[in-house]
Design a protein around this ligand. Structure first.
Ligand code: ACO
Length: 323
């Protein structure tokens, strides 16, 4: 017998403001056609005046709790992946804890940029396997619109805002690949690649800064690293590409998603794709895709999923789980 961290519920929140590609044509030397063909993005949601990373995270958490049939008071820990917390501190996670009315447990943020949600899942899994928590809210939430340079057409058309959440719960299992829950995790980073993708602000500059990205260089690393980490996680889980029902990838660019699926020998009709509607929501993109994939009826109980993501750091990783 072993313990597995099993998904009990999923939920998401998207801000009401939807911005189509064509809106950028008024202020930037760009076109809907360029954005669509290079990235697969058609529209994205941007936070309104009342949306913050913590408020969106709370809304997603409430939806996931409702889906799980659990109350906030049942939760032992909150692990929140974000690079755009409302303030430098306290963590967005403790703000969510307060907004949910939780008076017990513990909460902290994980910062691994677009790979944040796979890092958060891996951390939540470790908390559950070590017995430090039985029920964990794992959230990805971002307000990347706050760190966009609106004069930089090579970045500002690519990102969006939103939040997604899962409720994980400890469950006894056989210790086999047929178990429900998280079966394997694989994480990597290489800090030598920081200049490819970073924000040029922080406590050292006294500003929150803007996102800077050498997109074609990130692209070059993405497919190879994502396919490799997914394979490692699948090997650890004792599963093969034929067993996979859904790849739920980080939603940065449809060409990265297609290239990675091809390298993994999984056809695109077994890939959950939301990039056209959300853009790149960084750490929120995988939980958003999980929740939307569930709502669309794509992800069913017992399905085997592989999530994979890469982002600033560079940091990347994959998680294999059975829903
Ligand atoms: N509209 C029109 N032209 C544009 C735009 C735009 N919005 N943006 C850039 N261009 C131009 C460039 O200036 C360049 O022009 P030039 O040839 O005259 O110099 C040309 O388009 C080609 O630019 P590339 O950057 O080479 O285009 P590419 O095909 O690589 O697509 C993109 C760019 C979409 C950014 C792609 O490289 C990409 O998706 N990269 C990966 C990004 C990513 O995955 N990030 C994930 C992590 S995000 C995180 O961690 C926060």
């Amino acid at each position: 017998m072993t313990i597995r961290a099993v998904v009990r519920g999923a939920g998401h929140y998207l801000p009401a403001r939807v911005v189509e590609n064509s809106e950028f044509e008024a202020t930037l030397d760009t076109t809907d056609e360029w954005i669509r063909s290079r990235s697969g993005i058609e529209r994205r949601h941007f936070a309104t005046e009342t949306d913050t990373t913590s408020s969106m995270a709370t809304a997603a958490a409430q939806a996931a709790l409702a889906d799980s049939g659990l109350e906030a008071s049942d939760i032992d820990a909150i692990v929140l992946a974000t690079s755009t917390a409302d303030l430098t501190f306290p963590s967005a996670a403790t703000m969510v804890q307060a907004q949910l009315g939780m008076t017990g447990g513990f909460a902290f943020d994980v910062q691994a940029v677009c790979a944040g949600f796979v890092y958060a899942l891996s951390n939540a899994n470790a908390l559950i396997l070590s017995g430090q928590a039985r029920r964990v809210l794992v959230i990805g939430a971002e307000t990347f619109s706050k760190i966009m340079d609106w004069t930089d057409r090579s970045t500002c058309v690519l990102f969006g805002d939103g939040a997604g959440a899962l409720v994980l719960e400890a469950e006894e299992a056989a210790g086999e690949a047929s178990d429900r829950g998280i079966l394997a995790c694989d994480l990597h980073s290489d800090g030598r690649l920081r200049d490819l993708l970073y924000v040029d602000g922080g406590v050292s500059t006294g500003t929150s800064g803007y996102l800077r990205m050498q997109g074609n260089q990130v692209f070059r690393h993405a497919v190879e690293k994502l396919a490799a980490t997914a394979h490692t996680a699948m090997d650890r889980a004792g599963v093969t590409a034929d067993d996979v029902d859904w790849i739920v990838p980080h939603q940065a660019n449809i060409r990265i998603i297609q290239g990675t699926a091809k390298k993994m020998n999984v056809p695109m009709d077994r890939v959950v794709v939301t990039v056209q509607d959300h853009g790149n929501t960084s750490a929120a993109s995988i939980p958003l895709a999980l929740s939307v994939g569930r709502a669309r009826g794509q992800i069913k109980d017992g399905d085997l999923l592989v999530t994979e993501a890469i982002g600033g750091g560079l940091a990347w990783g994959a998680v294999v789980l059975r829903w």
